[in-house]
Design a protein. Sequence first.
Length: 174
Amino acid sequence: MGPGKLSVDVRPATAGDLAQIAEIFGWYAAHSVATFEEAPRSVARWSRHASQLADLGLPFLVAADGPAVAGYAYAGPWRPKPAYRATVEDSVFLAPDRTGQGIGKRLLTDLIGACAKARVRQIIAVIADSGDPASERLHEACGFRHAGRLTDVGFKHGRWIDTILLQRTLAESR
């Protein structure tokens, strides 16, 4: 791999990727506040989630380095009410040993493009304020703007955690 080149291909997630996706997510569930879930998700649960996203026409992408999944990103419904159908929440996770390599930006950029094709109007990022600004900076670099803060809404690893809301508009009108 040369300087400035990523050794990953971003493509739609497949059933064969789900075990590695579950492993990546499981690490964050156990060791971080990047998700407020406290336990890993089974491959079967990831399979149901992938099917639900596909049924809604929403993207679920992986950054693949050969057979290895270096990270994943998807857009899920923001809220279940019909009036929110053009608004999604993004989720981006990288294998812990693949952070800081530009993979997150590549995934989020491709996710934004896939959301535009899916006729999404707004993307919301809900970021745990862990003290590490990496996710917030990633979203800002991809055109998200601050939309607010919710204080002390999550309790994990013995402490209360704020969430930072960021938003990106993809289309001004429908």
